[in-house]
Design a protein around this ligand. Structure first.
Ligand SMILES: [Zn+2]
Length: 467
């Protein structure tokens, strides 16, 4: 779709949450590459589009596995002996084994349109489904990556593809299981894939690429460091993502083998900088929290998935007290709504501390506004964007909420954001602009119907309920 939609040059916002706070009647000017050139108070200039609602910066989704959309709702029963994350993983692996490239693209296209309609404007796709089910590479080894890029372009969402390195079956260099054959690369093979994916981004400002290691279970620090060193010759400032400390079993296994907890061990073994994004980091102690905050890494929180899988609750209030960064992701796709993720994030903190308004970052902001501001900053950092929000230099990603929505009656601007997050579910997203392209208009995405039809047919043909 983005090939046929031209970039806007300017929009006027009746009310916009800019990087320096709320502004009325401001004009956002875009470059021909879809970045913001200026944000200024201006009541007279001609513009391409007038947004009469409440405009915020687009919210980045910093962690997605598109293929897992296909199994949402299929794993909500008890399985004797494996009623936990590891049992869920087996079911997910079985579903994975059936997907071909065309099916992956259909899932991702449907999913990415859904994300746009709910207010996400970019997605960091943590992609490890590289090969054919038996582990044989496709004749085009970047086939699956290309499908994800194409799905994103078709939907009109900006994508940071994170081809993921997966080398081993556990902390002690165990061999991978058959079900993991699709994921495997040695570091050299991975670097070739990364280079091909890099060329697929050329001249498209809505595509970028980063480096990912699946986990400390799946990649040794030696392989990880060597890969990053080589990858940096083509991807100097690229983000680096890794799953870490999601499950207590993972923490215990790491301690047993390395005599250190996962986050602590990662910092000990690798040069973890502000370019890194630690996905989940659920189980951290005080020392690990301090390492996270000092290094400037972003913590990638996926509250709906973490709740669904019974991971645990990340101590986010300590991160905020240390001025650390976090963003949100849809991960297993049990939720595709940023408002819902932020609600769950805050509620997890409230429930575990018996307090209210825990993640307010600044006394001048409401809880909802604090959460959105933090998610915009952290989500962008995780995609290599260190200037973000509505200000010059940022990506031209905007979301307009419908100020006429009955739920927003008699609300201040901050209270509109609070109502969206804490009074849902309802969807007030009216307009979505990605890289200065309008992809959602009046709450409608032009490709949604076709994408939905294709998705329904494909899910029926997959017959996953028979796994
Ligand atoms: Zn994940």
């Amino acid at each position: 779709m983005n090939h046929s939609v031209s970039r806007l040059t300017s929009v006027r916002c009746a009310n916009a949450l800019t990087a320096s706070g709320w502004q009325k009647n401001c004009v956002v000017q875009f470059s021909d590459q879809g970045r913001i050139e200026s944000v200024r108070e201006d009541e007279t200039s001609d513009v391409d589009l007038y947004l009469e609602g409440i405009v915020i910066a687009g919210i980045p989704n910093l962690h997605s596995h598109a293929h897992q959309k296909a199994i949402t709702g299929l794993t909500e029963h008890r399985v004797p002996g494996q009623d936990d994350f590891w049992g869920w993983r087996e079911l997910m692996y079985r579903a994975n084994s059936r997907l071909n490239p065309e099916q992956l693209q259909i899932i991702a296209n449907y999913l990415y349109i859904d994300m746009l309609l709910k207010g996400y404007t970019s997605v960091a796709e943590f992609h490890y489904l590289h090969h054919q089910p038996n582990g044989t590479p496709y004749s085009n080894q970047s086939e699956m990556s290309e499908r994800l890029f194409d799905a994103a372009s078709e939907a009109g969402i900006a994508i940071t593809l994170l081809p993921t390195l997966y080398c081993r079956g556990g902390f002690e260099n165990e061999p991978i299981k058959d079900a993991q054959n699709r994921f495997y690369h040695d570091p050299d093979g991975y670097l070739r894939l990364l280079s091909e994916c890099h060329s697929l981004c050329a001249e498209d400002p809505d595509r970028s690429i980063g480096i990912a290691a699946h986990s400390l279970r799946a990649v040794s620090p030696q392989d990880l460091n060597a890969t990053i060193t080589h990858a940096k010759s083509i991807l100097k400032d690229a983000p680096i993502h890794i799953h870490v400390a999601e499950q207590i079993k993972e923490v215990n296994d790491c301690v047993a083998v390395n005599s250190a907890r996962p986050v602590s061990w990662l910092f000990d073994q690798c040069d973890v900088t502000h370019q890194w994004c630690l996905i989940h980091a659920t189980h951290v102690d005080r020392e690990e929290q301090a390492l996270i905050a000092r290094s400037g890494v972003t913590v990638g929180l996926c509250p709906a998935t973490e709740a669904n899988l019974g991971d645990g609750i990340f101590p986010a209030s300590e991160l905020i007290a240390n001025n650390g960064f976090f963003g949100i992701g849809s991960d297993s796709q049990v939720s595709t709504s940023p408002a819902h993720e932020l609600q769950l994030l805050e509620y997890g903190q409230r429930l575990s501390r018996q307090k209210r308004a825990v993640l307010v970052t600044d006394a001048t902001k409401s809880n909802g506004r604090s959460l959105i501001d933090a998610a915009v900053i952290g989500g962008n950092r995780a995609q290599g964007e260190f200037v973000c929000g509505l200000q010059p230099g940022s990506r031209g990603d905007l979301v307009e909420l419908n100020s006429d929505h009955v739920e927003f009656s008699n609300r201040t601007l901050d209270q509109v954001l609070d109502t969206w997050i804490f009074s849902g579910p309802f969807n007030p997203v009216k307009t979505v602009i990605v890289g200065a392209k309008q992809v959602v208009q009046n709450g409608v995405h032009p490709n949604r119907e076709a994408a939905t039809t294709a998705y329904r047919r494909m899910i029926q043909s997959l017959a996953l309920t028979e796994t």
